[in-house]
Ligand binder design. Structure first.
Ligand SMILES: *[C@@H]1O[C@H](CO)[C@@H](O)[C@H](O)[C@H]1NC(C)=O
Length: 378
């Protein structure tokens, strides 16, 4: 990759197949990268986890209300955001600069056309900036990478922790990405998704331990590659992984998921990870999941499992009496040498058609109201 040729083009909604009403609305904001540059970059900072939760609770209560209706029609806000044509453009040297140039309380889809190259930076999309899309060319995808670990010290001198270690953190709703590589250095998070209604297509999330913090909200991953080792997809998102490849990169023990559905975390009880038509491969010994939360929920259906998947399949971790705690681990019509063995742990499930149904489609994440086709690459 050549150095110094990377740049980001910020395009505000050049074209879109939505909405029902197709008046040509003019976007009313102007991008002002010069002003944005003076603002302190917030992406390096990370407070304590409880501070962080408090800040976001209000926001989450609102998002919960929004998707509680499980409407069939596209969300009104989303529909409005996709409307109109034309808009501002800007050029930026970093992804962070482009994100900072997006106005607070943004109401329109903003597409960041990210050119091939390696972007060494830490990026935060704050919850005040919904409707941001990252687009790269899947044939020559841009890589966003950073070297933090959970032990890296933040501005306040304290370790940033797992939450603060993310290369890219998405706290806003309605995030989309296509053809982008999210990467990290040490024991850190490559991508953390805390906003709801996030859709990622043809992306690679590349790391070791704790790669993808599927933290919270409704998420959809399609045609993605996720590489990791211990607990590499973790959190209490309610997420569908469709046609994804999940790769263990450790020659020792890998744990594919540490889903955190729990009775003691507000709203977490409705969450879970569903893997649909995925492929599990790599090296070492792979566990399908271990219970981070007392009611951890993970389902694999129509998934091809390599021989690396251990016969016992699942692990209760620190949960006492996992057979009674509310853990829900299931498999449905999977194949390959690692699929359903007679040695599976006793409290995991072979799902019936009826039991599998809620998990085997985008309805699992109420997708009809918010999942859009992948953004077009330039
Ligand atoms: C995304 O990945 C799928 C499956 O690998 C592929 O068929 C499709 O062409 C890819 N999309 C783009 C835009 O490259």
């Amino acid at each position: 990759m050549e150095k110094g040729v990377v740049f980001v083009v910020l395009v505000v909604l050049l074209a879109s197949p939505w909405p029902a009403s197709s008046q040509n609305q003019q976007n009313t904001f102007t991008v002002n990268p010069a002003a944005a540059r003076n603002k302190a970059a917030s992406s390096g900072a990370a407070g304590s986890f409880s501070e962080f939760i408090t800040e976001n609770v209000q926001h989450y209560v609102l998002s919960e209300r929004k998707y509680a209706s499980k409407a069939k029609a596209l969300d009104a806000e989303l529909s409005a955001a996709e409307g109109g044509a034309g808009g501002d453009e800007g050029r930026f040297k970093t992804v962070g600069d482009a994100v900072r140039a997006v106005p607070e309380k943004n109401k329109k889809r903003v597409i960041l056309d990210i050119r091939p190259g390696t972007y060494k930076e830490k990026v935060l999309i704050p919850y005040t900036k919904p409707f941001i899309t990252f687009v790269g060319n899947p044939k020559s995808p841009p890589t966003i990478t950073w070297d933090d670990t959970a032990a890296t010290r933040g501005k306040d001198g304290a370790p940033v922790g797992t939450v603060g270690s993310a290369t890219v953190a998405v706290e806003a709703d309605y995030f989309m990405a296509s053809g982008v590589v999210f990467k990290k250095g040490g024991q850190a998070v490559a991508l953390r998704v805390f906003g709801s209604k996030a859709a990622l297509y043809n992306c690679t999330i590349d790391g070791g331990q704790d790669t993808l913090y599927d933290h919270k909200g409704l998420h959809y991953f399609k045609n993605c590659v996720i590489k990791g080792s211990v607990d590499f997809i973790f959190g209490f998102g309610r997420s569908l992984y469709e046609d994804c490849t999940v790769v263990s990169v450790t020659s020792q023990v890998a744990v594919l998921t540490a889903q955190q559905r729990s009775k003691s975390i507000a709203d977490a009880i409705d969450t879970g990870f569903s893997f649909l038509r995925c492929r599990i491969t790599g090296i070492g010994q792979i566990y399908l999941g271990r219970a981070w939360g007392d009611s951890s929920r993970v389902v694999y259906s129509y998934t091809t499992m390599g021989k690396e998947v251990v016969p016992v399949g699942w692990d209760g971790w620190n949960i006492q009496k996992p057979e009674h705690s509310g853990i829900y681990y299931g498999e449905y019509k999977c194949s390959g040498p690692g699929a359903l063995s007679s040695k599976r742990i006793g409290w995991s499930l072979v799902l019936s058609d009826v039991q599998a149904k809620p998990f085997t489609g985008t309805h699992f994440v109420y997708g009809d109201s918010w999942i859009l086709p992948p953004p077009k690459t330039t």
